[in-house]
Write a protein that binds this ligand. Structure first.
Ligand SMILES: [Zn+2]
Length: 296
């Protein structure tokens, strides 16, 4: 009888040992061969900056961005063969979600094993507007969603990841408080916007967008659209225009010739350099810009 128990115990021990070794082998295989690290890939710039802060110099995770830092939004982005190669070796793909990455459904089908984390999944996106990082409050939530997912995927590094995220979030909280200082001046002011992303600034500061012309890419503006912008500005007595410098400058200059408006170019934070503080610096510049726009 005792022998029987003994045999069962030995068997259980062997099973546990084999399972342990097997899990270990699987893990090592998943790790990026180059440096023996897990590979986290981000889809585009704002997600990369958030991940650079959360992952930081975490010893076991390597971070790489799929697109270039100057690519901008990924509304019409097509994956290249190199992108596909990168994704095939990734352990996690961190994306914005909400429709920003138009190629995502195909990617999920192509790489069923790949963990895809939509950082905006816990947010309600108004009118399907995916530029959620433009609200500091929403960006904090996206960063939190990212952190939770990374911690459950890479439990060995949970301590480092959580600590990095805590430090970053403290800085973001300060940003949010700085925004509140000018919210009283911005509240209820009417503006014209040339980029969908500014809807999230309106959300944070409380100003009102009475007309949006979406110039998120290089395109021609029709005479009808120009007339609509002018009549919206006149009807609403809006004398402030927010445009993205890259695609909106030329048209803004034209509008300014027709009607007396102040034009400002808030940073959409969709491109820049890979400095981990880039989001914070860019948002601080936006706070100064909006102070100028709405202050007296
Ligand atoms: Zn966009």
């Amino acid at each position: 009888m005792r022998n029987k128990y003994c045999f069962t115990a030995v068997m259980l021990f062997c099973v546990a040992l084999c399972a342990g070794i097997f899990t270990g082998i699987c893990r090592t295989m998943q790790k990026d061969n180059e440096e023996g690290k897990f590979l986290a890939v981000t889809s585009f710039y704002p997600v990369y900056i958030a991940a650079a802060n959360v992952i930081g110099d975490c010893p076991g995770i390597r971070l790489q961005n799929l697109s270039e830092p100057q690519t901008g939004c990924l509304h019409d982005f097509q994956l290249t063969p190199e992108d596909m190669k990168l994704l095939s070796s990734a352990d996690v793909f961190l994306v914005n979600g909400g429709g920003m990455e138009s190629f995502l459904t195909d990617t999920a089908k192509e790489y069923p094993e790949l963990a895809i984390i939509e950082t905006a999944k816990d947010l309600i996106l108004p009118n399907g507007n995916a530029h959620a990082w433009m609200s500091v409050k929403s960006y904090r939530k996206m960063t939190e969603t990212m952190t939770e997912s990374l911690c459950s995927l890479f439990p060995d590094y949970e301590k480092e990841l959580r600590e990095n995220a805590r430090v970053y979030d403290a800085k973001l909280k300060e940003l949010e408080e700085a925004q509140q200082e000018i919210a009283a001046d911005a509240e209820g002011k009417k503006i014209i916007s040339f980029h969908e992303a500014y809807e999230y600034l309106a959300k944070d500061y409380g100003f009102e967008i009475c007309y949006t012309l979406n110039l998120d890419e290089e395109r021609q503006v029709s005479a009808g659209e120009a007339a609509d912008v002018l009549s919206a500005a006149r009807e609403n007595h809006a004398d402030i225009l927010f445009a993205e410098e890259l695609y909106g400058k030329e048209f803004s200059d034209m509008i300014k010739k027709e009607i007396d408006m102040e034009v400002y170019y808030p940073d959409t934070l969709v491109r820049g350099d890979y400095d981990p503080d880039a989001y914070i610096n860019g948002m601080q510049d936006n706070i100064h810009l909006l102070k100028k726009a709405f202050g007296d």
